[in-house]
Design a protein around this ligand. Sequence first.
Ligand code: PMP
Length: 289
Amino acid sequence: MAGAYDDRDGKIWMDGKMVEWRDATVHVLTHALHYASSVFEGERCYNGRIFKGVEHSKRLRRSAELLDMEIPFSVEEIEAAKYAMLKANGWTDAYVRAVAWRGSGEDMGVSAKRNPVRLAIAGWEWGNYYGDAKTKGARLDIAKWKRPSPETIPSAAKAAGLYMICTMSKHAAEAKGCSDAMMFDYRGYVAEATGANIFFVKDGEVHTPLADCFLNGLTRQTVIGMLKEKGVTVHERHIMPAELEGFEQCWLTGTAAEVTPVGQIGDYSFEVGALTLDVAASYEKLVRA
Ligand code: PMP
């Protein structure tokens, strides 16, 4: 399977039915396209089981609620739809993308109460999100855009609007030959990458930004749990940019990124060290357990 994402063979689940891939379309006067009234999930299915599938479905419904939308499907129905989509495409290992949005309806202004909330679930086969960075360590740029305050935007939602600055930051990073960008938050603290959370190691202990203005990723929470089980001390706290100098190792976590080592952020270098490799291997084992 290759080529443009709207021109492939396969099936996509849409509003309760399985449709042909190329027929999974929306009208140009769709509220979400104009006003970012859209939330989504990225999930991975390993050996026929979606890792933390129920948690992702719950987060999808919660993200929608934060945007004043109610998805007209329960967590159980969303779960069944995801597996039905995987089965219809014959996949046991795939990335799953659920997306809910305000469709076309009687409203075309900012208000959209009369427009239906729609849901689609698609998937595709997706290897390493950062290519060979998995072994070598990714190179990150430092983004000029800052993660906004939770008083500015519902930052706990996995909402399309939050990705506008991510796409711009990632384009700027790629233009410099980097894989991604690390973002600071509105206060100047280290926050996360454009689609993954960040961890640092110093003197055998782990430090990760407090998720108080960005997505507290399910992978982040899984990795923190794993580290604690291994007896590693984890500090969830505000991290100042000047501290980057003193960290020895760094990795990113996310459903797509899994656990990806980071070799460089701007002018700061990190080693792909033993703890990073251990966490990456443990995560790979856990998702297939
Ligand atoms: N932050 C952002 C901005 C993301 O897009 C993602 C990916 N969903 C994450 C963090 C990591 O979240 P998760 O581990 O739940 O995939």
